[in-house]
Design a protein around this ligand. Structure first.
Ligand SMILES: C[S@@+](CC[C@H](N)C(=O)[O-])C[C@H]1O[C@@H](n2cnc3c(N)ncnc32)[C@H](O)[C@@H]1O
Length: 243
């Protein structure tokens, strides 16, 4: 995989092609490789978002729309609106089937678009969510600025991203799994030669915790916080647009 900093456009193209290719097996591999834990991480993220009736949300890099569906579920009302956006058409097609099968088509609108250049006016949303997306964006800081731009004053963003556990023993065991078993199972099930090698490599190279918090602050977020989930394998970041 091309380095993001080397050539952002080429990196973007490669990520796009990779997600198009793995889309049919994406949900299965999520459940398998996380031992079902991925659902819990998304539930926690949406609980942090605390969706309320009448609010309007944007799920960036929605994939097969699991976070968008969780927003609708937790808001416990039909009066919530979610735009589920992704640049991968195959992912959006799977999202569409899942949304229709759960009778949520009236509450979730699908949209093709890129995180680096959100196709929405300023101050459009009460909240944004991005689960396991930012690590793949070709311009991470620019995408964070885009999140702030589309939020209404007082709006909030919730970001989930992988990290490596800090505890040395857990870190060792996790890396063993993440860098040896996971790429093999991922390659075998997805039939993609490198997507599940890219996953641990991109996690190891991505700024996390305090470093990512600073990036969010520099992009214009206020009250940035983060908490560790599942021994720090996943981090849940939140930020507010105050004005
Ligand atoms: C690891 S998946 C996460 C999907 C979903 N949020 C979830 O929780 O399962 C990453 C998704 O981000 C999308 N993506 C990656 N880069 C993107 C970008 N620059 N703009 C829009 N979508 C992007 C991919 O197509 C893919 O569907």
């Amino acid at each position: 995989m091309m380095e993001r900093t080397e050539n952002p456009a080429a990196f973007n193209r490669q990520v796009h092609q990779m997600f198009n290719a793995i889309a049919p097996r994406y949900d299965l591999l999520n459940r398998l490789l996380s031992g079902g834990r991925d659902r819990y991480w998304r539930r926690r993220a949406v609980a942090r978002l605390a969706p309320k009736p009448g609010e309007h949300f944007l799920d960036i890099a929605t994939g097969t729309a699991d976070v968008a569906l969780e927003i609708v579920r937790q808001s416990n009302t039909r009066e919530v609106q979610v735009v589920a956006m992704d640049f991968s058409e195959p992912m959006l097609e799977l999202a569409r089937q899942k949304i229709e099968s759960q009778d949520r088509a009236g509450m979730i609108q699908l949209q093709t678009g890129s995180a680096e250049n959100l196709p929405f006016a300023d101050h459009s949303f009460d909240g944004t969510t991005t689960a396991f997306g930012v690590r793949n964006f070709s311009d991470v800081s620019g995408s964070l600025r885009e999140m702030v731009r589309v939020l209404k004053p007082g709006g909030r963003s919730v970001i989930l991203e992988f990290a490596l556990p800090r505890h040395p023993v857990l870190n060792f065991l996790y890396r063993l799994y993440f860098e040896t078993l996971l790429p093999r199972v991922g390659r075998w099930v997805s039939r993609h030669p490198s997507a599940y090698t890219y996953l641990p490599e991109s996690v190891a190279a991505f700024p996390v915790r305090e470093e990512f918090k600073s990036r969010m602050q520099r992009a214009g977020f206020d009250e940035v916080t983060y908490r560790e989930l599942t021994f720090g394998m996943v981090i849940l970041y939140t930020g507010i647009r105050r004005v």
